[in-house]
Ligand binder design. Structure first.
Ligand SMILES: Nc1ncnc2c1ncn2[C@@H]1O[C@H](COP(=O)(O)OP(=O)(O)O)[C@@H](O)[C@H]1O
Ligand SMILES: [Mg+2]
Length: 254
C-alpha cells in the first residue's frame, strides 16, 4: 500500500466575486507517495500547496476526490507549530500522552527524540526562549513522536535564515534516513526540492494541478556542495525552472 494516495482531488472555495460563486483552487490532483519515499511538492505561492497538505492532514475536506493515507499523518508547519505554554520536552511528550504511553516510556522516547533533533540541552526551555530553528526542530521531534508512517511538512524551513535552513535540511535528511517515514514536503524552492526529494511534483499556478513529475537521481547522502558539482544538477534545475516558467508565461498571455 502507498503511504499517501490522492485520486482526483478538487477543491473549491466560495467566492462572491466570480460568476459561478466559487474559486477553484485544486484541479484534479492525483498522486502517490510510496512507503519511505521523500516527495517534494513544488509550486509558486498561492497555487494550492498548503491546501493539499491540509486536506491530506485531515484538517480540511476536499470538494471532490479521495485521500488515503497508510496512517494518520503528522504535520510540521512553517511556524507556530508548537504550544508556547509547554516546554520543549512537554511539547514532544504531548502526542505520546494523548496516546496513553506510560510515563517512564514517554520520558525515554522524549529523550531519544530530542537527541535525534539535537535539542537534548533545551528540554526545559519554553518556545519563546529558543531560536526559530530550534522551534522547528522541536516541531519535527513532536511530529516524530506520532507513531505514523507519514510526515507532512509545509515549508517548514521557509521562515528561517539561510544558514539555519541549510543545517535543518541536512539534519532532516539524516533523521528521515533513520526513521523510514514517507515525507510529503511542500516547498517553493527548486534548490530545496533537489536536495531533499526522491521525486518532485511541480504544480501550476491556480487552479493548482500537477504539471510535471521529475525523479531526482542524486545518490544519498546528499549535500548541496556536491550536488552543485554534478552536471545533472544544472540540467534538472533548468528543467524545473522551465516548467515553472512556462506556466507563469501562459498565465500572463491568458
Ligand atoms: N479558506 C479559504 N477560503 C478561500 N480561499 C482560500 C482559502 N484557503 C486558501 N484559499 C485560496 O486558495 C489558494 C491556494 O492557497 P494555498 O493552498 O495557501 O497556496 P500555497 O500554499 O501554494 O501558497 C489561494 O488563492 C488562496 O487565496
Ligand atoms: Mg502555503
Amino acid at each position: 500500500m502507498s503511504a499517501v494516495s490522492l485520486d482526483g482531488l478538487w477543491m473549491a472555495y466560495p467566492n462572491a466575486e466570480s460568476e459561478n460563486g466559487i474559486r477553484v483552487v485544486l484541479e484534479d490532483v492525483s498522486l502517490e507517495i510510496a512507503e519511505g519515499e521523500f516527495v517534494c511538492v513544488l509550486g509558486p505561492s498561492g497555487c494550492g500547496k498548503s491546501t493539499i497538505l491540509r486536506i491530506v492532514a485531515g484538517l480540511e475536506k476536499q470538494s471532490l476526490g479521495t485521500v488515503t493515507t497508510k496512517s494518520r499523518p503528522s504535520v510540521v508547519f512553517q511556524e507556530h507549530g508548537i504550544f508556547p505554554w509547554l516546554t520543549v520536552a512537554q511539547n514532544v511528550a504531548y502526542p505520546l500522552k494523548l496516546r496513553g504511553v506510560p510515563k517512564a516510556e514517554r520520558r525515554a522516547k522524549v529523550d531519544e527524540l530530542l537527541e535525534l533533533v539535537g535539542l537534548s540541552d533545551f528540554s526545559k526551555y519554553y518556545p519563546a526562549q529558543i531560536s526559530g530553528g530550534m522551534r522547528q526542530r522541536a516541531s519535527v521531534a513532536r511530529a516524530l513522536a506520532d507513531d505514523g508512517d507519514v510526515l507532512l511538512m509545509d515549508e517548514p524551513f521557509g521562515a528561517l535564515d539561510e544558514q539555519t535552513r541549510v543545517t535543518l535540511q541536512q539534519d532532516l535528511l539524516d533523521i528521515w534516513d533513520r526513521t523510514s517515514k514517507a515525507v510529503m514536503f511542500i516547498t517553493h524552492s527548486v534548490d530545496e526540492a533537489l536536495l531533499l526529494a526522491d521525486r518532485v511534483l511541480v504544480m501550476s499556478t491556480r487552479p493548482g494541478k500537477i504539471i510535471e513529475e521529475v525523479k531526482i537521481p542524486f545518490e544519498r547522502p546528499r549535500d548541496l556542495a556536491s550536488l552543485r558539482r554534478d552536471p545533472r544538477y544544472a540540467e534538472i534545475t533548468a528543467q524545473l525552472w522551465a516548467v515553472l516558467g512556462s506556466d507563469v508565461a501562459e498565465e500572463e498571455v491568458a
